[in-house]
Write a protein that binds this ligand. Structure first.
Ligand SMILES: *[C@@H]1O[C@H](CO)[C@@H](O)[C@H](O)[C@H]1NC(C)=O
Ligand SMILES: *[C@@H]1O[C@H](CO)[C@@H](O)[C@H](O)[C@H]1NC(C)=O
Ligand SMILES: *[C@@H]1O[C@H](CO)[C@@H](O)[C@H](O)[C@H]1NC(C)=O
Ligand SMILES: *[C@@H]1O[C@H](CO)[C@@H](O)[C@H](O)[C@H]1NC(C)=O
Ligand SMILES: CC(=O)N[C@H]1CO[C@H](CO)[C@@H](O)[C@@H]1O
Length: 451
């Protein structure tokens, strides 16, 4: 027994040492239990893009305006095209969340947009610059990283990008465009990415993943705020798919979005931590779609209180997305939803600021707490009923003005989307191996413990 105990201790010591060595070294087996990173809303106090002049209401209104501006941008720039073209241009998305990534060896800390509606991972690369120590704190320079490599061309990874080609030196040169007209170009490369593991119950040591295929961007045009972008979509080059291929974490992630009004961070989980297993969790299958990037599910009916107010004649497809603020529904579902809500809500009607939203009330006399707003239940394919409370469906966009955060799809924005306001205080898990999306009610402010 003594010998057995001793060997267990030796084994433990070896595991512990190996664990520490793993901190910075690329380790494809790291974090078998998963890891969590902070999921930072661009307007939150934790974001460098936080506008201190904006009130909480003001930042919601700004996010609503961004949604609408995107739709207008596309309408102006749309050149038509096939069905794929429509789906690939989800227009209302406006890159609402950020995450920290550490790129290269030694790791360079960068803040990236975290985007569930695109696949490519890319960061702004300094090129041809011989940085001196004075400027060394500034940006990622592949020539100063010992783990940088290029993706050869032709190759499957290069071909997975719809707009990429081989240059004279057999490098994969990409052009990657977003629904709002923003775009970036560069060379498809490989690098070690290290993630700071900070979630509650998480291992707390950084998780390194070697040979992540990413875009080393030489040009960016448009509205990117951050140092880069992490694509969390369902396509082959997304971080989610790559983590599934390179580690034992599986192709899955989850997030838990804290309400705008709460000053704490949301969490983005990978691996086993992305298993949504809270009581009452409901699961709906992903449905096949022309573009594998988007997490598309079937919306079958809409209820107010317990009463079904609308049923999709054919299941209507809806994309679950974190980068879209509002929820967009087919007018055939939205009209009866609005009608039933307005039968229950006995407040004076109000005009939406700049006609951005459709159903608004005057709540000058009291707060949201004094108003009775019925729950809205969305029933997805497979019988997954997701209950949305008043804080998911209504928001105060201006002092005394409460508006419905669900709007109609339009010719310019024909795609139904479950947006991030509707997902607040839900733990939402995406699993590409099981091909499901799972929802559970949660207190998201308790899910991330920064320390
Ligand atoms: C960077 O500096 C090294 C040595 O100082 C030099 O050999 C190299 O050509 C420089 N690279 C560029 C892109 O200027
Ligand atoms: C890239 O984006 C910029 C800014 O939105 C735009 O002017 C330019 O035409 C785009 N490039 C391409 C090739 O679409
Ligand atoms: C939010 O919380 C952080 C610390 O957790 C604090 O420094 C900051 O002042 C808070 N901001 C607001 C607007 O309350
Ligand atoms: C998810 O968690 C549940 C409950 O804890 C467990 O039964 C299940 O096996 C887990 N699934 C995966 C894929 O880890
Ligand atoms: C690098 C690359 O292949 N760019 C192409 C992307 O697609 C546009 C329009 O289809 C072409 O004009 C570019 O040459």
């Amino acid at each position: 027994m003594g010998a057995a105990m001793a060997s267990v201790l030796v084994l433990l010591a070896v595991v512990l040492i190996a664990g520490q060595l793993c901190d910075c070294a690329a380790s494809s087996g790291a974090g078998a239990g998963g890891f969590s990173v902070e999921f930072i809303h661009r307007d939150s106090a934790r974001s460098p893009f936080h506008d201190t002049a904006l009130t909480a209401h003001g930042s919601v209104l700004a996010a609503v305006r961004r949604s609408t501006a995107r739709a207008v941008a596309l309408a102006a720039g749309s050149s038509g095209g096939g069905a794929d073209d429509v789906v690939s241009k989800v227009v209302s998305r406006s890159f609402e969340y950020l995450m920290a990534v550490n790129v290269g060896t030694p790791p360079r800390a960068m803040l990236a947009i975290a985007d569930t509606g695109s696949d490519l991972v890319w960061v702004k690369c300094k090129s041809g610059s011989n940085v001196t120590s004075a400027a060394a704190g500034d940006g990622y320079d592949p020539s100063r990283s010992s783990t940088y490599g290029r993706v050869s061309c032709p190759s499957d990874a290069c071909e997975a990008l719809s707009n990429a080609s081989c240059d004279d030196e057999s490098n994969c040169q990409y052009f990657y465009a977003y629904g709002d007209g923003s775009n970036t170009t560069g060379l498809l490369s490989t690098e070690t990415f290290t993630f700071d593991d900070g979630g509650a119950g998480a291992g707390k040591s950084p998780v390194g993943v070697a040979s992540v295929k990413f875009g080393c961007s030489a040009t960016t045009a448009g509205t990117f705020l951050a140092d880069g972008l992490v694509g969390l979509g369902g396509g082959v080059v997304s971080l989610v798919t790559q983590l599934g291929d390179a580690t034992s974490l599986g192709r899955r992630f989850s997030y838990c979005l804290v309400p705008y009004s709460v000053n704490s961070s949301s969490v983005l989980n990978f691996g086993a931590l992305a298993n949504v297993s809270e009581p009452g969790a409901v699961t709906t299958p992903l449905v096949a779609s022309a573009v594998d990037t988007y997490y598309t599910v079937a919306l079958e009916s809409v209820k107010v209180g317990g009463k079904t107010v609308a049923t999709s004649s054919q299941s209507s497809r809806i994309i679950v997305d974190s980068g879209t603020t509002l929820t967009f529904l087919d007018p055939a579902l939205l009209a009866p939803l609005e009608a039933e809500l307005s039968r229950h809500i006995t407040l004076p009607r109000a005009q939406s600021p700049d006609e951005l939203l459709q159903l608004c009330y005057d709540v000058r006399s009291g707060g949201l707490a004094d108003v009775t707003i019925p729950d809205v239940t969305l029933e997805f394919g497979g019988g997954a009923a997701v209950k949305l409370g008043p804080e998911n469906t209504f928001v105060i966009v201006q002092e005394g003005k409460l508006c419905l955060t669900v709007v109609a799809t339009t010719e310019q924005q024909p795609v139904s989307i479950l947006g991030n306001l509707a997902q607040q205080n839900l733990h939402v898990g995406y699993d590409l191996d099981a091909r499901t999306v799972t929802f559970a009610t949660a207190d998201c402010a308790a899910a991330y413990s920064s320390s």
